[in-house]
Design a protein around this ligand. Structure first.
Ligand code: C2E
Ligand code: CA
Ligand code: CA
Length: 341
């Protein structure tokens, strides 16, 4: 019997509708979100095993693209293969210590450099750099985010110690992925690094995003509390872009709130963004936090943010991310001519 694809799709829709109906278990209403992957014999697989594998890939694609079902197409195999190659290359890069950190200076309102954010880069054989926006999501999916976080912490602490030795003590901020923030070994790792590089704990800051804590907020809070007890600082990154919860802001032991670039771009001409900035600044200050604006690109944005009461600034206008040694040169130049910015 041959079944047309549209008939098949209609049947699958029907099954998903039935399976997705709410269930009552022990008085609780449970709703399951179902997706389907469809692979057809014989063209999509020679045996049951291959058909199931391909149906699984199709279901994964359906979930990723937020569709209810997806048919298997050969391109899914090629995509998987490419992803696999990319994650083994990343694994090698970590193993061979190829990844490097760049640092972007952060300034207070009087123009003094007070910190630097560590931003990871993946150098390629042709001299280009892959930006973290491309490989951090892959690292999160392929279990490489903890080794990357360890490496970033190690490089950043070594660099902070070098700046301190040359007379420019600076707080260095490291971005950590969700899995690493919940890693029970993280506090010990940080204590070990502070001791090894003889760094005061206040020289290190961890940047966390709301989404990285979402999965297990109470465990996340406890872990951040442990890190606070060591003496390092906590910054809430990309604030306002996720499912911003005020309870989250109230309950986390953070010292710094990072106003996302999304609200800063073209600020003088965006009254709604100005209202958001005002509200976040008031809220942050009322909770005893320092507010840092990131992605400051223009003089007018910088001036307005200062007038609104932002405490610290980061952006291409003030400094681009650079290798640690070049940041050292920049710090030296700033200290010789403190009125430059
Ligand atoms: P993020 O934490 O929000 O970092 C700020 C990003 O904005 C950086 O991009 C920085 O180069 C860029 N930026 C800074 N100032 C400006 C500006 O004035 N204009 C514009 N257009 N962009 C600006 P980058 O380095 O490509 O990093 C992208 C993201 O990758 C980061 O966003 C962070 O989420 C993630 N990331 C970077 N390094 C690490 C790392 O070591 N570990 C983890 N887990 N994630 C990292
Ligand atoms: Ca960040
Ligand atoms: Ca950010």
């Amino acid at each position: 019997m041959t079944v047309s694809l549209s008939h098949l799709a209609a049947s699958v829709e029907g099954w998903l509708g039935e399976l997705g109906k709410p269930l009552a278990i022990d008085g609780e209403r449970i709703e399951c979100q179902m997706v389907a992957g469809i692979a057809l014999g014989p063209q999509d697989g020679e045996d049951a095993r291959e058909l199931l594998r391909h149906a699984h890939l199709a279901a994964h694609r359906a979930r990723q693209s937020q569709q209810r079902y997806h048919f298997f197409v050969n391109e899914l195999n090629t995509h998987l293969h490419r992803r696999h190659q990319r994650s083994s290359a990343l694994k090698d890069a970590i193993h061979n210590d190829v990844l490097v950190m760049h640092y972007q200076l952060q300034f207070d309102a009087s123009g003094v450099a007070v910190g630097a954010e560590a931003l990871i880069r993946w150098p390629q054989p042709d001299g280009s750099m892959v930006s973290p926006g491309e490989f951090i999501p892959l690292a999160e999916e392929s279990g490489l985010i903890v080794p990357i976080g360890r490496l970033a912490l190690n490089h950043a602490c070594a660099q902070a110690a070098k700046w301190r030795q040359s007379g420019y003590p600076l707080r260095v901020a490291v971005n950590l992925g969700a899995e690493h923030i919940h890693d029970p070994e993280l506090p010990e790792l940080i204590e070990g690094l502070l001791a090894r590089y003889q760094l005061p704990a206040r020289d290190l800051e961890i940047e966390v995003t709301e989404s990285s804590l979402m999965e297990n907020i109470s465990q996340g809070r406890q872990q951040l509390q442990r890190l606070r007890e060591i003496g390092i600082e906590i910054a809430l990154d990309d604030f306002g872009t996720g499912h911003t919860s005020l309870a989250y802001l109230r309950d986390l032991p953070a010292q710094r709130l990072k106003l996302d670039r999304e609200f800063i771009t073209d600020l003088p001409h965006q009254p709604h963004n100005q209202a958001i900035c005002r509200a976040v600044i008031t809220l942050g200050h009322a909770m005893g936090m320092t507010v840092l604006a990131e992605g400051v690109e223009r003089e007018e944005e910088y001036a307005l943010l200062k007038a609104l009461g932002v405490d610290e600034f980061q952006g291409f206008l003030l400094a681009r991310p650079l290798p640690g040694a070049q940041v050292g040169e920049h710090l030296k130049a700033l200290s010789l001519a403190p009125s430059v910015k």
